[in-house]
Design a protein around this ligand. Structure first.
Ligand code: UTP
Length: 410
């Protein structure tokens, strides 16, 4: 793209400021900047219009009508486990770790999985997850393929860390890395930020692009030719989660559903987690900020909260259906974030509070694209220890306490 073409394009979208420092750049930086401009998906900016925001499009929300609860699971545990183990042994299950996020709330400048949650010994978040997956290996006797999503920002660090730690004992033949896409960040008026004089501010485009990124990386063909039918997709944060959990897999298969979601009873009605619900009669997830007070406190006839099942970001998806979903455009969410940038004088600014928006597609929207999804309730203190914040709720301290409570030496 030439300078003139870039200028015309940017004028159309009111983004000419991206060329403010062009004359100060050397030839390589100039051409690099023009390439970045050429690659911007300007259609994302359309999402800033109030009528286009993803939440504005939500349908009729109602409480769930069915879920597999802890007591149901206790009664059927052997049956579920056996079905799940069989499926794993037959090579039909792979796991996908979403680790492309930036973990801004934790405030750790490396990939979140590299955080040492140990106290008296080194115990990294990635290591906790691998250990949890190895527990299944011990029972099923086969390696489970593990796909790890990174972003351009943390791919190298993540891969090097796994190599340096010898994959924490996992068989590296079964681990693949793939990189997700990036999207531009904008200020509150929709003007794209510059990260430096020659670089546009880009950030990972949310965890909803995981499947399209798998396809783009050429990994889907491999999964299919290996006969994989189910993907257990999970977040990097939760150090206690069971991965490729045979009972969860078995319960979903037994129910005939095409997807499943591990849920926990919410700690309180206004806990900041998405809750499973029905939207226009189909499975869906409502974010905590979309629940009105009345809905958050609504009770069912049995006295339980109507929206009591919080999602843990641990889902099971049938691959066939994902291929259909991949043909549909995902809703884009606008998320307020702190975005470092350079101002019009060329000075670096590191904001202390949110100063703009990022555009993200979210995995939770995939649930609504399935015809059915089995909510599968797990015991909160045994399987839910998310490391989101530096302190307070869902923090390093709370996760450490829960690890200890579960007999894990830290
Ligand atoms: P979060 O919603 O906690 O986002 O991610 P985040 O970017 O990691 O953290 P904050 O909000 O800045 O503090 C939930 C899961 O989705 C992954 C994260 O790595 C985490 O496992 N994720 C998030 C991605 O893989 N890519 C993204 O673009 C965003």
């Amino acid at each position: 793209m030439t300078f003139e073409n870039a200028k015309t394009l940017l004028e159309k979208y009111n983004q000419e400021h991206l060329l403010d420092f062009y004359d100060e750049l050397n030839k390589t930086e100039q051409s690099d900047l023009l390439t970045q401009i050429e690659n911007i998906d300007f259609s994302l900016l359309e999402n800033l219009k109030p009528e286009n925001t993803a939440s504005a499009k939500k349908g009729k929300i109602e409480p769930l009508t069915k879920a597999v609860t802890i007591s149901d699971i206790e009664q059927n545990i052997d049956k579920y486990r056996n079905i799940g183990i069989e499926e794993i042994r037959n090579g039909k299950v792979a796991a996908v770790l979403l680790a492309g996020g930036q973990g801004t709330r934790l405030g750790f400048d490396k990939p979140k999985g590299m955080f040492n949650i140990g106290v008296n010994r080194e115990l990294y978040i990635f290591e906790c997850l691998i250990n949890n997956l190895m527990d299944v290996l011990k029972v099923a006797g086969v390696w489970i393929p593990l796909l790890i999503m990174t972003s351009e920002k943390n791919n190298e660090d993540t891969i090097n860390f796994f190599k340096e730690k010898n994959y924490f004992g996992y068989n590296s033949d079964y681990i693949s890395f793939f990189v997700q896409d990036m999207a531009p960040s904008v200020d509150f008026d929709g003007r794209i930020y510059l990260e430096s004089k020659s670089r546009i501010s880009l950030s990972p485009n949310g965890n909803g692009g995981w499947f399209s990124s798998i396809v783009r990386a050429g990994l889907l063909d491999k999964l299919k030719s290996d006969g994989v039918k189910w993907l257990n997709v999970f977040a990097v944060d939760n150090v206690l989660q069971r991965i490729a959990d045979p009972a969860f897999i078995g319960a979903v298969i037994n129910s005939g559903c095409q997807s499943g979601s591990k849920v926990v009873a919410k700690a309180n009605p206004s806990e900041r987690v998405g809750a499973m619900c029905l939207e226009n009669g189909m499975p869906s997830i409502i974010e905590y900020y979309e629940l009105t007070d009345e809905m958050a406190n609504q009770r069912m006839d049995d006295g339980e909260l109507a929206y009591r099942f919080g999602v843990t970001l641990n889902y099971l998806f049938m691959i066939d259906k994902l291929e259909d979903i991949n043909k549909v455009k995902m809703p884009v969410h606008i998320v307020e974030k702190k975005i470092p940038y350079i101002d019009k004088n060329g000075c670096n600014v590191s904001p202390e509070k949110p100063n703009g928006y990022k555009f993200e597609t979210l995995i939770l929207d995939m649930i609504h694209m399935y015809d059915n999804c089995l909510p599968y309730e797990v015991i909160r203190n045994k399987e839910f220890a998310p490391v989101k914040n530096a302190d307070g709720v869902d923090s390093v301290d709370t996760a450490r306490e829960l690890l200890k409570e579960n007999g894990i030496e830290i």
